[in-house]
Design a protein around this ligand. Structure first.
Ligand code: CAA
Length: 379
């Protein structure tokens, strides 16, 4: 593994950084206060290739690798975590699933629209009664002539009601546990689908989250992804990639927090000196920098493993666990350095702290990551 990014990747990183600073950072606070799904900036991200990074060029994507994906996601998330979540989910879950398990006609139908940002994709695994115990889902898909009838209610859907394509996990054989779960491509415009009102969340307000109800919704046979009964396994393997995305997003929030606190500590004076001259502050900054660097190394290693087609389940969980907890710790410490200003909405740190918190929860809580890591130790 090379610790230096290639010249090409550094060049692209700088372009994405400049875009994020110019177009996304200035609207982040307003989106937090008056949430609205950020279609305008998403369309621009689509034009830059940021919404189909891993999708091959022949399907309208950028055809880049996981490391590029992690680097770009950090840049976008440093400007606004809500944009980072939407970007991570549409790239990492629906597109990866269709790419890895879809047939040619599904790839041609969905990937170009998703990769260009004309459409956004969503992933529907969780239900109100089950998040961590994902295989306990109750949504069912009954086989009928020419297709399936889906019934159930999905919860915590990122981009719910805004996305056009939903990858829905449902039971085709309720007696078979995880092996009875299949994955379906559901379009927003199919009949008998409705969405709940956006959840009122602690942070990431512009990344709309809703429930999705399927009330005897008919899907044609062509909506089945891959094989019946393999959906859980597909979902788990796509979450391996998704978790690298959340790790990269966490890096962005952590970096923004550290940079803000670092600049502030170099300006703010107390007892006749800038506060970074006091070890109480500088040691805190040092610990934050170490946590960020360690989180980035784990994240880039997981991306490198994925790019080299090696097993990534444990590495992705390690990266997601460490980076998400680092983002919370670093944004917490940054607020402490600013004191009252850190707690004030006049500065971005209280938003970073609220935005960071969910990275320890979605795409598998920290406890689930520890469970996955521990299980892999014994394989
Ligand atoms: N890749 C491929 N297949 C996998 C896999 C992986 N990483 N992990 C498990 N599987 C397969 C297993 O091999 C097994 O298949 P076989 O029996 O054929 O071998 C099958 O899946 C069942 O696996 P387990 O027995 O390990 O299943 P389990 O019930 O014990 O659950 C779990 C495992 C790790 C706890 C899993 O339920 C899990 O990850 N839970 C958390 C779910 C999660 O991350 N949800 C987030 C939803 S997305 C979201 O947050 C919303 C959003 O929009 C951002």
């Amino acid at each position: 593994m090379d610790f230096n990014l290639s010249k090409d990747l550094e060049f692209m990183q700088k372009a994405i950084h400049d875009f994020a600073i110019a177009e996304i950072a200035p609207i982040a606070s307003e989106l937090d206060k008056n949430p609205k799904f950020p279609w305008k900036t998403l369309r621009k991200m689509g034009e830059l290739g940021l919404l189909g990074i891993l999708t091959p060029e022949k399907y309208g994507g950028s055809g880049l690798d996981m490391l590029s994906y992690a680097v770009f996601l950090e840049e976008i998330s440093a400007a606004d975590a809500a944009h980072g979540t939407i970007m991570s989910v549409t790239n990492g879950l629906p597109q990866s699933l269709i790419l890895d398990y879809g047939n040619e006609s599904q790839k041609n139908k969905y990937l170009p629209k998703l990769a260009s940002g004309e459409w956004i994709g969503a992933f529907c695994l969780s239900e109100a009664h089950c998040g961590s115990d994902a295989a306990a889902l109750k949504t069912k898909a009954d086989k009928v002539k020419g297709g399936y009838i889906l019934s159930g209610e999905k919860a915590w859907i990122t981009s719910g009601s805004e996305a056009q394509v939903y990858l829905v996990l449902a039971k085709t054989d309720p007696s078979a546990g995880a092996k009875g779960i299949s994955c379906f491509i559901v379009e927003k415009d199919f009949e008998n689908i409705s969405f709940g009102k956006p959840e009122e969340k602690m942070g990431q307000h512009a990344a709309t989250t809703t429930t999705m109800s399927l009330d005897n919704c008919f899907l044609p046979d062509s909506a089945l992804l891959g094989q019946e009964g393999k959906g859980f396994s597909y979902a788990m393997s796509s979450l391996d990639s998704g978790r690298i995305g959340i790790a990269a997003q966490s890096l962005g929030i952590a970096r923004a927090s550290l940079n803000f606190a670092q600049d502030y500590a170099a300006e703010r004076t107390a007892f006749g000196k800038t506060i970074n001259s006091f070890q109480g502050v500088s040691f805190k900054l040092a610990d934050m920098a170490v946590q960020l660097e360690a989180a980035r190394l784990l994240t880039h290693k997981a991306a490198w493993l994925k790019d080299h087609k090696k097993s990534v389940t444990q590495a992705a969980s390690m990266a997601k666990l460490f980076a998400s907890e680092a983002a919370t710790k670093i944004s917490h410490a940054a607020i402490q350095i600013l004191g009252g200003y850190g707690y004030s909405k006049d500065y971005p740190l209280e938003r970073y702290y609220r935005d960071a918190r969910v990275t320890e929860i979605y795409e598998g809580s920290s406890e689930i990551q520890r469970l996955v890591i521990a299980r892999e130790l014994y394989k």
